[in-house]
Design a protein around this ligand. Structure first.
Ligand SMILES: *Cc1c(COP(=O)(O)O)cnc(C)c1O
Length: 399
């Protein structure tokens, strides 16, 4: 055990950019791995339970249920796994259609395609970069089964209108809340509104365990099915609770539960998630204040957070007037050893999106906004370097 702990300590204590990537003075992301994580990892190494659903996993699930107001929360190996589970739970069949934005990560659409269903892309809103709820109804066909919303940057989609459309047409709503832990919409935590929701604990997200995720379930009727899917199609979870005498293969499933080692690490951040979120929001606000003047003079646009939304400060992005200006800004920052990045190549124009998906209407805003967006470094511990990044942006745009 001594050797294992030594490795854990040296990894957790090292504060540099990963091997193989260029070392930036100010990296885009720096994962949080401090003494709390080391304490929990030391504890878990001393316990006789390293596979899933031990005490750390249970503590994390209980925290998610309590703080996000959901009936059930199952930790998963990734946000992607939670989306895959959501698609199975939605009962998607070959040829079914799911409406979603094109401005998102591949995992949102993969979950649909893996069921043999078709992702149907619609355009996003100019202000939040979230799915434009006014375009959803025109994309509904007799094959439509679900709407997958993505709360981009931790800012909520217009959930009341979207839930109303879903109930009018008998559709399931899946929340890709990968970026949205502890954000809310009209007082309701994101992840607590759709049938299911996926959280991600990837190292770039607000709360992380390197890789990791959670499936949040708001429909009590599918909880047992979700437990079975997560446990390789067996009813082992019910067995572990002592509800049945033996467990067996009962349905479709895969291996979606994380080990206790992951959950022990995750718990070190989840138990102080409110504090970490507050720190992140403070950094976000500091960037926002820096760029007020440049927005007033029309040099750039800052992120928009609607009145009825509380954001967790997940991403700080800027919108430049055009793609050449965006690319030039990224290059200027790189020259100062600051790593700013862009995303996403819209899924409808990506090779797999063209093969598997279809679009409804014009996706002009998706194409335009994604080409002009730049994400600035944002991580716990960035501190006064926010001012260095902001000053570098101002200098680059003054040229
Ligand atoms: C990060 C992310 C995912 C995938 O989460 P992983 O934990 O990396 O699998 C899915 N959707 C969105 C919008 C994300 O930002």
């Amino acid at each position: 055990m001594a050797r294992i702990l030594l490795n854990v300590f040296s990894v957790a204590g090292r504060h540099c950019v990963s091997i193989g990537k260029m070392a930036y003075r100010i990296p885009f992301n720096r994962p949080l791995a401090g003494p709390r994580a080391i304490k929990n990892l030391t504890e878990v190494c001393g316990e006789q339970h390293l596979s899933g659903d031990g005490r750390f996993t249970q503590q994390c699930s209980a925290w998610l249920r309590r703080n996000l107001g959901v009936g059930s929360a199952l930790l998963t190996t990734s946000g992607t796994s939670a989306l895959d589970m959501s698609a199975i739970l939605a009962g998607l069949q070959a040829g079914d259609e799911v409406i979603l934005p094109s401005f998102t990560f591949s995992s949102s659409a993969n979950a649909i395609v893996l069921r043999g269903a078709v992702p149907v892309f619609v355009d996003i809103r100019e202000d939040t970069l979230n799915i434009d709820e006014r375009l959803i109804e025109a994309a509904i066909t007799p094959r439509t089964r679900a709407i997958m919303v993505v709360h981009y940057a931790g800012v909520a989609c217009a959930m009341d209108p979207i839930m109303a459309i879903a109930s009018r047409h008998g559709l399931i709503v899946i929340e890709d809340a990968a970026q949205a832990i502890l954000s809310s919409y009209r007082g309701r935590p994101l992840g607590s509104i759709g049938q299911t929701a996926a959280l991600s604990f990837h190292e770039t997200k607000n709360i992380s365990s390197g890789e990791g995720g959670a499936l949040l379930i708001n429909d009590p009727a599918i909880v047992e099915k979700a437990e079975i899917i997560r446990e390789k199609g067996t009813n082992r979870t019910a067995f572990a609770r002592g509800e049945i005498q033996k467990y067996t293969w009962v349905d479709l499933g895969s291996s979606y539960l994380p080990s206790e080692i992951i959950s022990a690490f995750l718990w070190s951040q989840l138990e102080i998630a409110e504090e970490l979120t507050a720190q992140r929001i403070a950094l976000w606000n500091r960037y926002h204040a820096h760029f007020a003047e440049l927005e007033n003079t029309g040099i750039l646009r800052r992120p928009v957070v609607p009145e009825d939304v509380v954001s967790n400060g997940h991403i700080y992005y800027l919108l430049l007037p055009d793609q050449p200006k965006r690319d030039a800004l990224i290059a200027a920052l790189r020259a100062e050893s600051i790593n700013a990045v862009f995303h996403y190549i819209p899924l409808h124009s990506a090779p797999a999106g063209q093969r598997f998906g279809r679009t409804v209407g014009n996706l002009g805003r998706t194409d335009d906004l994604s080409a002009r967006l730049v994400r600035l470094p944002l991580w716990i511990g960035l501190g006064d370097d926010v001012d260095i990044v902001a000053d570098a942006v101002k200098r680059a745009l003054a040229r």
